[in-house]
Design a protein around this ligand. Structure first.
Ligand code: AGP
Length: 364
């Protein structure tokens, strides 16, 4: 992929549409069908070391942190290693306890974000093993880490991350599968996840074919006073990222909450002028999520659902194709990139260069 606009009016639009090829690229040459796993040449972590990992801690900022939330869930689900993500910007300031049995992973598109780099340097100084999940080859974080996985999204110009976010989530799925197959993930589950990964490019293309519909929805919701984004477990990082993206590019205020937390406070915000975007994967939490939709409806809230089938409690549903449940966050984020994009377009925003923001924050 090049810096050429390729017929698109903005880099954001171009980069959203490049995701079909970008995901194909992050998978290419890495799948090992013989052992139902993946090969990650730059990881620098042998099987014995991988078995010794007791915890995983993922660090990144902004959208990168949100992919870390997805990554932590994937690692817990597929490799059964306790994992969590934390903003690198917080981690570096709180004198963290550095544990030799924890594998630290720094995630960054640019590889130059100062907060993430400072967290890596502090970890390295304390003797931790740190891997990178990075897009820019040879960047500072790529150089300072002990090994890692390149994301291969290609150059991302728009300040708002789209294709790199998706590719990073796929890179985490590869890492989780790799760790899982070294530990207790069965051959059958390995095959199942590989089949799901291979379906992603075509399924992303299918989501993108629904753009006109999403554009109409964006026009309908663009004048909202504020937007609420909710999801449970796998849907929650998607809600967080979609809320950030909408804020960044359209300047519409948005909040993201776990759906389960609504009744502990944010439900007070719900009114017709504050619509909710609900991320509802068809997993074992769907019924609980539907109950949340009822709570929102009872407060006259409008609902836009992103789901695998029409949701009758919602005012509108964007239907995304099914894949393996573990991979749901990857596909479900994509229509919400388009929603943010078309909301910003409808409001006449400077899409590739939102006010007050830089592509990478290389200073303290
Ligand atoms: C991208 O949408 C964001 N503007 C921003 O949150 C970004 O993800 C963050 O600053 C981290 O950047 P990095 O991935 O280059 O480290």
């Amino acid at each position: 992929e090049s810096y050429d606009m390729g017929g698109h009016d903005t880099y954001m639009h171009k980069e959203i549409h490049e995701q079909v090829d970008a995901v194909d690229r992050v998978l290419r040459g890495r799948i090992d069908d013989r052992f139902s796993t993946v090969r990650l040449g730059g990881l620098n972590l042998d099987a014995r070391e991988a078995r010794g990992v007791r915890r995983v801690k993922i660090l990144g900022c902004g959208s990168a942190y949100h992919t870390g939330l997805i990554g932590a869930q994937l690692i817990e689900e597929l490799a059964r290693i306790p994992a969590d993500a934390e903003p690198a910007s917080e981690f570096r300031y709180r004198n963290p306890v550095v544990d030799p049995e924890t594998l630290y992973i720094a995630v960054s598109q640019s590889g130059e974000t100062y907060d993430t780099l400072a967290a890596v340097q502090e970890l390295k100084r304390k003797g931790a093993r740190v891997l990178g999940v990075v897009n820019v080859v040879g960047s500072a974080i790529a150089r300072e880490t002990d090994g890692g996985v390149y994301v291969h999204a290609g150059p991302e110009v728009c300040v708002v991350s789209t294709k790199c976010f998706t590719n990073t989530a796929v890179a985490f799925a590869l890492l989780a599968l790799h760790l899982g197959r070294i530990r207790d993930l069965s051959v059958a589950d390995g095959k199942r996840i590989i089949a799901g990964l291979r379906k992603l490019p075509e399924q992303i293309a299918e989501v993108l074919r629904g753009e006109e519909e999403i554009k109409k929805l964006a026009a309908e919701y663009a004048n909202a006073k504020s937007m609420m984004f909710v999801g449970r477990v796998r849907g929650y990082p998607v809600a967080r990222e979609a809320s950030l993206k909408l804020k960044e590019v359209s300047y519409v205020h948005a909040e993201a909450y776990p759906a389960s937390e609504l009744k502990h406070g944010p439900l007070a915000l719900i009114e017709p002028e504050v619509p909710t975007v609900a991320v509802l994967p068809d997993d074992d939490l769907l019924e609980k999520n539907r109950a949340t939709l009822e709570e929102i409806k009872a407060r006259s809230g409008r609902i836009l659902a992103v789901a695998h089938r029409e949701q009758e409690k919602a005012d509108h549903t964007i239907v995304v194709p099914r894949n393996e449940v573990e991979l749901d966050p990857i596909l479900m984020g994509i229509p919400l990139q388009l929603l943010a994009y078309h909301t910003a377009l409808a409001l006449g925003r400077d899409i590739d260069k939102p006010r007050n923001l830089a592509k990478s924050v290389t200073v303290e």
